[in-house]
Design a protein around this ligand. Structure first.
Ligand code: ZN
Ligand code: ZN
Length: 114
């Protein structure tokens, strides 16, 4: 067992992580779900992005893209572990900002071995 780590909003993990992507299609929308382990707190976490939907009138969704693209995805840790000193405004995570490698684009996955 490792000692519990404290919530740290300044933690940044710069190397791009490789998470497992699951894609769910729903009409014109595609939901991309990335699952993996946060390297800062070592907890499993999952983050979902949705693509294809036009921005909603109420200011739209922050960070929404039309399609996945090739850039890394940034998210704060979304783990469900209770980390010490986590502010009430943050329902989950350890506060670390993570960069996740984008999902493989359709058509390029054939024969690709990591
Ligand atoms: Zn974390
Ligand atoms: Zn955690």
């Amino acid at each position: 067992m490792t000692p519990p780590i404290e919530y740290d909003p300044d933690a940044v993990h710069t190397p791009v992580l490789t998470f497992r992507w699951v894609v769910r299609r729903n009409g014109d929308d595609a939901q991309y779900e990335a699952s993996g382990t946060c390297p800062v707190c070592t907890c499993p976490m999952t983050r979902t992005w949705t693509f294809g939907q036009a921005p909603v009138a109420k200011g739209g969704f922050f960070g929404r893209r039309e399609e996945p693209g090739a850039e890394p995805y940034y998210t704060v840790c979304q783990c469900r572990t209770l980390h010490m000193n986590r502010p009430a405004s943050e329902p989950q995570g350890c506060g670390a900002l993570l960069a996740i490698a984008p999902p493989p684009s359709p058509g390029q996955s054939a024969g690709a071995t990591p």
